[in-house]
Design a protein around this ligand. Structure first.
Ligand SMILES: [Cu+2]
Length: 409
């Protein structure tokens, strides 16, 4: 009997100890280390789009940003730095990326595809934030509201502006608002990103494009695409990126990994410009199939024609922008992707073996032919009459009828 009672007490003690041990190894909530958000700070919905001058750039998967205008023409933009929740891949809305050369349809290739949620920081509900579009010479005001649980600033990357407006000083306290104002005297592809606690806030996703269009230009692309490269260390069952890790396993174009990076449909013959930017810890050599492009700009602005270089892979180092342009003469669903193998898979995804191939920094530029029945020809083989493209990939100027000819005919 005594033995029975002793045994029962020993059992009770051991389960109690086990319970205590288990409670010690309970997963630590990230919020208890570095708060993603606090209940004291409500998260506003993105500011309403003004429908005014939403711009011409397609920042794949990221909504545009309108502006209001003051009487003197100053363009006023609003950015809210805030906690965000974003689907890196979304099983429901994944684009049907078709890889005919591999005979893989991702719905098959990714039949075990899962969704991956990211809880981090961004602007107006997304990372990257919306693309700001202005014209060279514009006077701009950017109202920045801080809904983060710590101070922040916005740095205008590669813009030549007064120090006081640069975001290197005067942090905006949580709940406060600051207005940056300056005149844009450059044109090209620039950036904005946090200038405070940068190691953490930049990796958290407080980044976006700032594009200044030239005042006057003869060349207007049919597609003007902006793609931001970011990297995330995100383990399974976890939506909060580990900002101290260099073991990145999710690689994104505009905060989305394939198969959830939008596919771009392009008409054969269209002029395509792509503006790449890299706000991650590694460089990303971005490659296109089926084309050679011209590198036409950096974060320093346009490259003079005589200095432009051709290629099919452009290395985009950290903190830079690279603009490329080409005429989409070659029909097909062409892959556009980072050429580092690790960057085109979704590793540690919740799928068998933990790897989703054809993921990461990958999308398709789907160039739709004018006429499916015409046999393939290199543009150089086309008859001179139809060949509107020169060796650099630029459309030749069409012969212009002068008025007297028109009148006489
Ligand atoms: Cu890469």
């Amino acid at each position: 009997m005594y033995l029975l009672v002793l045994g029962f007490l020993a059992f009770l003690f051991s389960t109690h100890a086990q319970h205590n041990k288990l409670s010690l190894i309970k997963p630590i909530q990230r919020s208890s280390i570095t708060p993603w958000h606090t209940n004291k700070m409500p998260i506003s919905p993105p500011p309403p789009l003004t429908n005014k001058q939403m711009g011409t750039i397609n920042t794949l998967g990221i909504p545009p940003l309108g502006y209001t205008q003051e009487a003197d023409g100053t363009k006023v933009f609003t950015l809210i730095a805030q906690p965000i929740t974003q689907m890196i891949i979304d099983k429901k809305t994944a684009e049907p990326l078709v890889l005919p050369h591999l005979k893989i349809h991702p719905q098959q290739g990714h039949k075990h595809a899962t969704s991956k949620k990211l809880k981090t920081w961004g602007y107006n509900g997304t990372t990257p934030g919306p693309t700001i579009e202005v014209t060279e010479g514009d006077r701009v005001k950017i109202i920045v509201k801080n809904e983060l649980p710590e101070p922040t600033t916005v740095h205008w990357h590669s813009l030549e502006i007064p120090y006081a407006q640069d975001g290197s000083s005067d942090p905006i306290k949580p709940g406060d608002t600051k207005t940056y104002s300056f005149t844009v005297n450059q044109n090209g592809t620039f950036l904005y990103h946090s200038g405070y606690n940068v190691g953490k806030q930049l990796s958290s996703g407080l980044v976006g494009f700032f594009v200044a269009h030239p005042k006057k230009t003869d060349i207007k692309p049919n597609h003007d695409i902006a793609i931001m490269m970011q990297e995330w260390a995100l383990l399974p069952e976890n939506s909060y990126p580990n900002l101290t890790s260099m073991d990145f396993n999710w690689f994104t174009f505009n905060g989305h990994a394939a198969p959830s990076v939008p596919v771009v449909n392009i008409k054969q013959g269209d002029r395509v410009r792509i503006r790449f930017s890299n706000m991650s810890m590694n460089s990303h050599p971005i490659h296109i199939h089926g084309y050679v492009w011209n590198v036409i700009g950096t974060e320093g602005g346009p490259i003079p024609k005589s200095a432009q270089v051709k290629g099919s892979t452009i290395n985009v180092p950290t903190g830079t922008t690279r603009d490329v342009e080409f005429i989409a003469w070659n029909p097909g669903p062409w892959p556009l992707h980072c050429h580092k193998p690790h960057h085109v898979m979704n590793a540690h995804a919740q799928v068998p073996l933990g790897i989703m191939p054809h993921g990461g920094m990958f999308t398709i530029l789907n160039v739709v032919p004018h006429n499916k029945d015409v046999s393939w020809k290199h543009y150089k083989e086309s008859s001179p009459k139809n060949n509107q493209i020169n060796a650099l990939g630029y459309k030749k100027k069409l012969p212009h009828k002068n008025q007297s000819q028109e009148q006489s005919s």
